[in-house]
Design a binder for this molecule. Structure first.
Ligand SMILES: Nc1ncnc2c1ncn2[C@@H]1O[C@H](COP(=O)(O)OP(=O)(O)O)[C@@H](O)[C@H]1O
Ligand SMILES: [Mg+2]
Length: 435
């Protein structure tokens, strides 16, 4: 069969690579992909949902798998389903679980999924009154999509006032912040938990740890993710049972009962474990990036089989198999570089997640020939004169494999040292387990 993967970054590379190694799959196309992915998988330029549809029809693809949230919240699944092209993911009305944090929190409260105490506001003054009235630290969250930057964790009332102002008055994320959720700040162990679901039953995935902060020891600003590893120390039957029973299953069932629409695809729940209770912080309607890069390499069941089971509503009939291997993903990001204009220095780019330069040649990739190391390409493009150049904040995911976490970690770090581009920066503590 022929598969189309919709994505442009490291997660999409991991999904496409999984299909490439799938015995049922003859050809994989990634759209839009990037120059690095194109080393091993055909990439086609398409950006909008109608363009993906045109490509899928022209190429007569048998199945489509969607990486990021925005095509889903924009209704790509409805569009393809109307044309009878099989596609994995929730339809537009179900993608609201990620598209509106307020909707999801209210649903959870309604159906008894554990969530921190919260209220929803569309008036900044009322939001401030609430923050003043509650006696605990809060998290202020933009209701809509804000590329993972719309949640502001606050330590005191003053910070919360600033956050409300930033989201609701300055509209830092546009309409996404017109409404906010203000919830009690929880202290516990944070995990991401992924399941495949056909709307009725679910198959849980292994657990990954991701690293959101820019610098070592979880310091600095939030990013899309600076690295990840899997298995997580808490992974196992016990945790899977707890989260599926208390969160994933009630959410899938509850959604169907309320909306009369099945939620199909991947359900990603961000959780805080406090005293053995998994509180839902947010729901996402897709794979995480960089979690996919360490979870998918452990998948032993063909992704094409799982995809059709999801679409046909027969997921419950088969087991999904995972390998016990460890994978560790270290992200090479665009760091501090000089800003040049007309041959003159114009100061500095601070580097990802703040402003960063682009177009720096990437060298050393050809020196990586370790069978335990894979590179998933993220912000990379091709220059006619310079070859591979940087083209994003997160540039490369260097993923190591091993029988232990420290072995996987060593592979990733040994190999990332062989890669170079101006300003390259990465965390040095990915996979170093905290006690
Ligand atoms: N109630 C909470 N208590 C403590 N930390 C939280 C809470 N809600 C969110 N966070 C932190 O903020 C991060 C981002 O919040 P999240 O709800 O996942 O939104 P988004 O990923 O869209 O920014 C979480 O990964 C978590 O570390
Ligand atoms: Mg999140």
């Amino acid at each position: 069969m022929k598969v189309l993967v919709v994505d442009s970054g490291g997660r999409g590379h991991a999904i496409a690579w999984q299909f490439k190694n799938d015995p049922n799959v003859r050809e994989v196309i990634c759209a839009p992909g990037n120059a690095g992915i194109a080393r091993e998988i055909r990439c086609e330029n398409a950006r909008a949902n109608e363009e993906f549809l045109e490509l899928a029809k022209r190429e007569k693809v048998d199945i489509v798998f969607v990486g990021p949230e925005s095509p889903l919240t924009n209704g790509i699944v409805d569009l393809f389903t109307a044309e009878k092209i099989p596609i994995v993911g929730p339809q537009k009305s179900a993608a609201i679980l990620e598209g509106s944090k307020a909707y999801t929190k209210l649903l959870c409260r309604d159906i008894g999924v554990p969530v921190a105490e919260f209220e929803v506001f569309d008036d900044p003054e009322k939001a401030k009154d609430y923050v003043g009235a509650v006696k605990y630290p809060v998290v202020v969250k933009a209701d809509g999509l804000a590329q993972g930057k719309g949640s502001i964790v606050c330590s005191d009332t003053e910070e919360a006032f600033h956050a409300i102002h930033h989201l609701m008055v300055e509209m830092a994320f546009g309409d996404a912040g017109r409404k906010v959720v203000i919830e009690k700040r929880l202290y516990g162990t944070e995990i991401s938990f992924f399941v495949f679901t056909d709307g009725e039953s679910l198959a849980s995935m292994p657990v990954a740890q991701d690293y959101k902060r820019a610098y070592d020891n979880d310091e600095g600003a939030n990013t899309g993710g600076m690295g990840s590893y899997s298995p997580h120390r808490l992974e196992g039957e016990e945790l899977a049972k707890l989260v599926c029973e208390k969160v994933s299953m009630p959410l899938i069932q509850g959604f169907k009962e309320k909306q009369e629409v099945p939620y199909r695809g991947i359900l990603y729940t961000g959780l805080m474990l406090v005293d053995g209770i998994p509180y839902l912080l947010e729901a996402n309607v897709r794979f995480g990036d960089p979690e996919a890069q360490v979870i998918l390499p452990r998948l032993k069941t063909p992704l094409s089989d799982i995809s059709f089971q999801i679409i046909n509503g027969v997921l419950g009939e088969k087991r999904v198999e995972w390998s016990p291997d460890y994978y560790c993903d270290v992200v090479a990001a665009a760091g501090r570089t000089r800003q040049m204009k007309g041959g003159k220095s114009k100061g500095w780019y601070p580097g990802y997640p703040a402003r960063y330069g682009k177009g720096y040649p990437i060298s050393g990739l050809e020196t990586i020939d370790d069978p335990d190391c894979r590179i998933f390409f993220a912000g990379v493009s091709n220059s006619a004169t310079k070859g591979f150049v940087t083209d994003g904040g997160r540039v490369l995911h260097i993923v190591g494999r091993g029988n232990t976490l420290s072995a996987a970690r060593d592979v990733a770090y040994r190999n990332i040292e062989k890669v170079h581009f101006e300003g390259i920066r990465y965390r040095t503590d990915i996979g170093r387990e905290k006690e």
